[in-house]
Design a protein. Structure first.
Lengths: 595, 167
C-alpha cells in the first residue's frame, strides 16, 4: 500500500459540486503532478465537511486537520505550493469558524476528558455521514460481524461500565440477566426522561449526537437478543425528540436498523416515545407503564424489568449516557475505558454544573476527580468572589456536601458513603448567600409535587415534611420541629415504594446534618442567616449611598418605594413583598438585606 | 375547581377537531400503547384535551373513559381547558429558582393581573410554571410557545410580556 504523507478530502456534496468542486479536484491533481507530489499527497472525495452553502467548495487536509474553504480552481496552484511544498498554512483560504458561543459546552476545560460529549457541537446531528466520519457505526459492524452476544457482554463487563442513570448497577450484569431469561420477545428501553432540575447532560447528547445512542442501543439489543427498543424522552425536550426521529430514520436508510441488519439475520427496530411531564417516569417501572400508555406509576420490584418489563416481557433499561458510551468501548477496547476512573467506578461521567459557579454548563471528567477540582479547576470557582457553601449532588433526591468534603473523589461509593449520591449527574453549587432551609424546602416542593400518589409514605410524608419546612421558612418554626422532621424523613425513606420516595428526604437529612445551626437560627432566633427567607428579612435603603436615581422605585412591583428625585428613598416595610428586585437593579449597592 | 372530575360536561367536539383526532387515531391505533401517543399528538395539535375529547378518544380506542381521564390528569403536559394564544412557562429548575424566577413571576402577575396557572381575560396569554427545561446555563429562563428565552433581566421582562399581550 502506498504511503501518503498527506490526505486531502474534498467535499463533493451537491452544493459544492454546483460551486465547482470537481474543477477544484482536477486543478489539484494537475498541480500535484506538476510539482511532483502525486506520490506524497492523496486526494479523496468525501461528503460535506462544513456548511456547503457558506464554505463550499471546501477541503480538509490531514494530518494537520486544516480546513480550507470557498476555493476555486484558480486558487489551487498557490495553495499547493504554499501548503504542500513549503509547509505553510495559507491563512487567506482558512475556513472562518462561525463565532458560535456555546454556553453549555464550549471548549474542553482543564481536566476534562470527553468521550460521551466528544461529538457534541462538532458534527451535524441531522447528518448520519458526519457521525460515520467520526468512526460511527464501526462498532456496530464489528459487533455484528465478528462478535457473539456473549463476547459483547464480556467486553462491556471488562470495561467496568456502570449504569449512568444514578444507581450505578453494572451494565453488563444487567444485560446478562435480561439475556438469560427464557422468554421472548425481549425489549430495550432507553431512559431519556432526564427530570432532575439542573441536569441536562442527556439532552445535549440526544440533540447533538443522537446516533451514538442509537448505535449503543443496537449493540445492546444484539447482546441481549432484543427485537424492539423504545427511547422514552421527556416532553420538555422537543428538539431531542425531533433529532432522534431523524437519526432513527437515517439509520433505517443505511440498514443499521430494521430487518436482517447487515444480512446477519439480526433484526432490531427503535421508536421514540414522548413523556408528558411526569418526573416519576424516570423510575424504570413507571417508565415502562408510561410506554404502555398508562399512568406512570411505579410498581414493586421484583419482578424486575429484566424478567417482566414492557408488555410483561424481559426488558433492559439503561440511561442515555450508558448507551452512548458503548460504541466507544467496543471500538477502543475495554482496557482503554477501564484505564480511566477509580477501582470500582470506571471511565468518565458527564455532569451539569449549575448554580453559583463561574463556568456553568456541561463537563465530562474521569471518575475519581475530587469535588474541589470540579468546582475550582473545571468550574472556575465561585461567582463574584463569594464563598463556597455547599454542593448538591444527585439532584433533588441526592444530598449536599460541604467544604470539608471537597476532597472527596467523585465515584459511586464515595458519594454514597458521604450521605449523598451520584445520581444522573446534576451538580448544583451554592454560595454562602444560599439558605439551606429554603433549599431543602425547594427540593421538597419539587418531590412533593412530583410524587405520583400511589404509596402513602411518599404521598403524605413528603407533604408533611414540606409543611414543616415552609413553617420554619415563614418564621413559625417551633422547638421539636427538627426532631419531627428527622423521624418523618426516616419513615419516608424506609417505607416508600420507589426511588422517588426513598430519596426524597435525602436533601433534608443531609442539610440538617451539615447545617443544623442554620435551621435552629430560623426556629429559635427567627433569623435567616443567609438572608433569603422572606418572612425573616427586610430591605433597607442606606441613605448615605442612595443617590435618588429612582430606578428602584420604578422597578418595584408593588410601589413600596418612595422618595423625591435626588433624595434618599425609603422602603415601606408594610407594602414590601421582599422580592429583591430593588436590590438587583440598584447601581449603587444602596439596598441592604437585614435579618 | 368547580367540577373536579370534569367528565359530566358533554359539549360536542366541533367537526374539524374531530377530524384531527380521527386522523391521529387512524395513524396510531395499531401501535401498542397507543394512548400516550394519541394524547400527546392531540395536545400538540389541538392544544388541550377536553372531557368530550377524552370520551371520544376512549370510544375510538375501545378503553374505559376513566383510563383516558386517568392518564390525562396524571401528566402535567396535558390540559383539559384551552390555553391562551401564547403560553409562557416559568422554569422552576434549581438554577432558575436561584436565578430569580420567583421575582419574575411576581412581576408577571402584577403586569397581567392574572395568577400563574391561568389565562389572561383577553385569552392572549396563559402563564404556567414548568419543570426544568434543561437550559440551566441561561437561567433564569421562560419558554414562550416552546421557544426558550434565557438570561432574562428584570428590567427587560415587562416589555416581553406586553408584546405577547398585544400580539
Amino acid at each position: 500500500m502506498a504511503f501518503y504523507r498527506s490526505h486531502v478530502l474534498v467535499s463533493v456534496d451537491p452544493e459544492c459540486l454546483a460551486k465547482g468542486a470537481h474543477e477544484v479536484i482536477d486543478a489539484l491533481n494537475d498541480e500535484l503532478i506538476a510539482q511532483g507530489l502525486l506520490d506524497e499527497v492523496q486526494v479523496l472525495e468525501t461528503s460535506r465537511i462544513g456548511d456547503p452553502y457558506r464554505l463550499g467548495p471546501d477541503m480538509l487536509v490531514y494530518p494537520e486537520k486544516e480546513h480550507y474553504a470557498n476555493l476555486s480552481a484558480d486558487d489551487i496552484p498557490y495553495l499547493v505550493e504554499e501548503h504542500f511544498l513549503k509547509g505553510r498554512v495559507v491563512e487567506k483560504f482558512r475556513a472562518q469558524e462561525k463565532a458560535v458561543s456555546d454556553e453549555e459546552l464550549g471548549a474542553p476545560k482543564p481536566k476534562e476528558v470527553r468521550i460521551v460529549l466528544r461529538n457534541c457541537g462538532k458534527i451535524d446531528p441531522h447528518n448520519i455521514e458526519d457521525y460515520i466520519a467520526e468512526d460511527g457505526y464501526q462498532s456496530l459492524a464489528k459487533v455484528i460481524s465478528s462478535m457473539t452476544p456473549e463476547q459483547v457482554i464480556a467486553e462491556v463487563s471488562k470495561s467496568g461500565l456502570r449504569g449512568r442513570g444514578g444507581a450505578g448497577f453494572p451494565a453488563a450484569r444487567k444485560w446478562q440477566l435480561c439475556r438469560q431469561v427464557p422468554d421472548n420477545p425481549k425489549y430495550l428501553t432507553c431512559n431519556a426522561d432526564e427530570g432532575d432540575p439542573g441536569a441536562f447532560m442527556n439532552r445535549r447528547v440526544l440533540e447533538s449526537d443522537p446516533h451514538s445512542v442509537v448505535e449503543g442501543m443496537i449493540i445492546a439489543a444484539y447482546a441481549i437478543g432484543a427485537s424492539r427498543g423504545y427511547i422514552y424522552c421527556r416532553a420538555e425536550y422537543p428538539i431531542a425528540v425531533q433529532n432522534l426521529k431523524i437519526a432513527i430514520a437515517q439509520a433505517h436508510e443505511f440498514g443499521f436498523l430494521g430487518d436482517d441488519i447487515f444480512g446477519t439475520g439480526f433484526s432490531f427496530d427503535l421508536e421514540v416515545r414522548m413523556g408528558a411531564g411526569a418526573f416519576v417516569c424516570g423510575e424504570e417501572t413507571a417508565l415502562i407503564a408510561s410506554i404502555e400508555g398508562k399512568r406512570g406509576e411505579p410498581r414493586p420490584r421484583p419482578p424486575f424489568p429484566a424478567v417482566k418489563g414492557v408488555w410483561g416481557k424481559p426488558t433492559n433499561n439503561n440511561n442515555v449516557e450508558t448507551y452512548a458510551v458503548v460504541p466507544q468501548i467496543i471500538l477502543k477496547g475495554a482496557e482503554w475505558y477501564a484505564s480511566m476512573g477509580t477501582e470500582k467506578s470506571k471511565g468518565t461521567k458527564t455532569f451539569a454544573i449549575a448554580g453559583d459557579v463561574i463556568n456553568t454548563g456541561l463537563i465530562e471528567v474521569p471518575f475519581g476527580i475530587t469535588l474541589r477540582e470540579v468546582i475550582f479547576d473545571v468550574g472556575g470557582g465561585i461567582k463574584d468572589g463569594k464563598q463556597f457553601k455547599a454542593i448538591q449532588t444527585g439532584g433533588p433526591m441526592g444530598g449536599c456536601l460541604t467544604a470539608e468534603q471537597l476532597d472527596l473523589p467523585l465515584d459511586y461509593e464515595a458519594l454514597t458513603a458521604a450521605g449523598s449520591m451520584m445520581g444522573s449527574g446534576g451538580l448544583i453549587i451554592m454560595d454562602h448567600e444560599t439558605c439551606m432551609v429554603d433549599m431543602a424546602r425547594f427540593f421538597m416542593e419539587f418531590t412533593q409535587d412530583e410524587s405520583c400518589g400511589k404509596c402513602t409514605p411518599c404521598r403524605v410524608g413528603t407533604r408533611r415534611i414540606l409543611e414543616i419546612l415552609e413553617k420554619i421558612c415563614a418564621g413559625e418554626g417551633q422547638p421539636g420541629d427538627l426532631e419531627t422532621l428527622e423521624d418523618l424523613c426516616y419513615e419516608v425513606t424506609r417505607n416508600s415504594l420507589c426511588g422517588l420516595g426513598q430519596g426524597a428526604p435525602n436533601p433534608v437529612i443531609s442539610m440538617l446534618k451539615h447545617f443544623r445551626a442554620e435551621y435552629e437560627a430560623h426556629i429559635y432566633e427567627k433569623k435567616c442567616p443567609a438572608r433569603v427567607c422572606k418572612a425573616l428579612i427586610r430591605y433597607e435603603i442606606q441613605a448615605a449611598a442612595c443617590t435618588g436615581c429612582t430606578v428602584c422605585a420604578r422597578n418595584c412591583p408593588v410601589e413600596a418605594i418612595n422618595g423625591e428625585r435626588r433624595q434618599a428613598h425609603i422602603i415601606d416595610v408594610d407594602k414590601c413583598i421582599r422580592c429583591g428586585i430593588c436590590a438587583q437593579v440598584c447601581n449603587f449597592n444602596a439596598i441592604q438585606v437585614l435579618s | 375547581m368547580d367540577n373536579p372530575t370534569g367528565i359530566q360536561q358533554t359539549q360536542e367536539i366541533c367537526e374539524n377537531k374531530r377530524a384531527i383526532i380521527d386522523q391521529i387515531i387512524a395513524e396510531n391505533q395499531n401501535r401498542p400503547g397507543a394512548m400516550m401517543v394519541v394524547l400527546n399528538e392531540t395536545q400538540g395539535k389541538i392544544g388541550y384535551i377536553s372531557p368530550a375529547m377524552q370520551k371520544y378518544i376512549a370510544k375510538k380506542l375501545r378503553v374505559p373513559v376513566g383510563a383516558v381521564h386517568g392518564v390525562v390528569t396524571f401528566y402535567s403536559f396535558f390540559t383539559t381547558e384551552p390555553r391562551g394564544k401564547h403560553t409562557m412557562k416559568f422554569c422552576m429548575g434549581t438554577a432558575c429558582y436561584v436565578g430569580g424566577i420567583p421575582q419574575l413571576m411576581e412581576k408577571a402577575k402584577q403586569i397581567t393581573g392574572t395568577e400563574i396557572g391561568k389565562t389572561t381575560a383577553d385569552g392572549n396569554l396563559t402563564m404556567e410554571i414548568c419543570r426544568c427545561v434543561g437550559a440551566c446555563s441561561q437561567a433564569p429562563v421562560v419558554t414562550v410557545d416552546d421557544e426558550v428565552i434565557g438570561h432574562i433581566k428584570p428590567n427587560k421582562f415587562p416589555a416581553l410580556i406586553k408584546k405577547l399581550l398585544e400580539s
